[in-house]
Design a protein around this ligand. Sequence first.
Ligand code: UTP
Length: 475
Amino acid sequence: MSATATPPLLERFVQAGQGQVFAFWGQLDEGGRRALLEQAGEINLAEVKRLTRLLLGRDAAPGVDLTDLQPAPYVARPENGGEAAEWARARAAGEAALRAGRVAAFTVAGGQGTRLGYDGPKGTFPVTPLKRKSLFQVFAEKITAVGRRHGRPLHWFIMTSHANHARTEAFFAEHRFFGLDRARVHFFRQGRMPAVDFTGRILLESPGGIALSPDGHGGSLRALHRSGALDLMQGEGIDTISYFQVDNPLVRCIDPAFIGWHLVRGAEMSAKMIPKAYPEEKLGHFCLQHGRLVVIEYSDLPLAVQREVDLPTGRLRYVAGSIAIHILDREFVRRMAGGGALPFHRADKKIATIDAAGRPVKPAAPNGAKFEIFVFDALPFARNALVSETRRADDFSPVKNAEGVDSPRTAREDQLRQYARWLQGVGASLTTDASGLPMVTLEVSPLFGYDEESFAESWARRSPKPEVGEGLYLE
Ligand code: UTP
């Protein structure tokens, strides 16, 4: 398209009442015009109009539907009443799928990471206690180790954003893909949505740039489809996708028992749960609503309901917390990607923009909204959707905030506690405090052990045994 004549796209924006997007058109050079047209071309004007009416208009739905809600059932772990033999069968099914090459790892890494405030893609954040390995390296080593164990290297799909794509790819190249076969590592960008003011007018971040941001982790389903990743999987015989977030160094990227439960139950989508530690813990809740599995966010479930307990056990009624770890069936993703079935959510934000003269404006209070889709909103559409329990200490310690809860410090300590448990499990002597935190800093590479069992096997083989103390690194 020529960037000099008045392009039809511009006309369409004017007709949709979004002509302000091109307010500075006359001042842009040819390159600037082309860039703006490219951004504008990404925007689905009908969708923006629909979302404005649905989420911002006077008739906008007044919050989340909480009718006919009850706690969701889940598969309990053996130590909490689950059937050990069934867990063993599930695990065997998961291992068979891994040996057959049916499983791929999938990381969503397109978030903005505003709360952490780290300058760089979150996956490049140094997270381990001793070696300061990045989150990406931790996952790469886990994926390598699981592939070795099952005699089948895995494919790894990584969803980035426009903002961090190039830096993410460069980081992998710089680190020689952490020893992975680069033909099996696939990067693709997620989609973007424009930010709007509270009347639905699309905001500019500069005279030649629209305020665009990632469309939420739910955008991963569309992006997997659009990027050709699903077709690539199909060609490789992969039908099962192990989904996890980039911010969680403890995650078992590939968990045979979880994969097995998903397969044995014929689920199209599965989710891991941990029992909430306390009623106000900021986790989504797995619930059944009108007979379907849903996640109700902590901010949407009234505190009084979050505090309800089951008598006589005294356990929280809504105990099942969501930790954003899923298994997805490939063809289910294809179905969900096509239909626009997932709802958008509105998030009011302070959006950096410009005034009528093109000068930057940094608002002190929210001045508009972003639209995002969430991956867990796919659960109610999935056949036989399944929730399976995991141990927090083995799967969940996210790095969200710069300090306090869910921060680099808590993630570091949780990794150290895990190493200490594994070492104590094989009889090594190690002093810890009451919370299980060792007195020394040490580290275990996932290539040595990525779970208790693989750790114990490597330990048994290691001769002579190393001295357990400050600075120990097992690889
Ligand atoms: P969060 O909800 O923690 O958001 O993402 P965030 O953008 O990373 O961080 P804040 O809220 O700005 O501090 C959870 C996971 O979902 C991914 C993130 O990369 C993270 O792995 N995500 C989130 C995406 O891939 N795309 C998105 O649009 C949003």
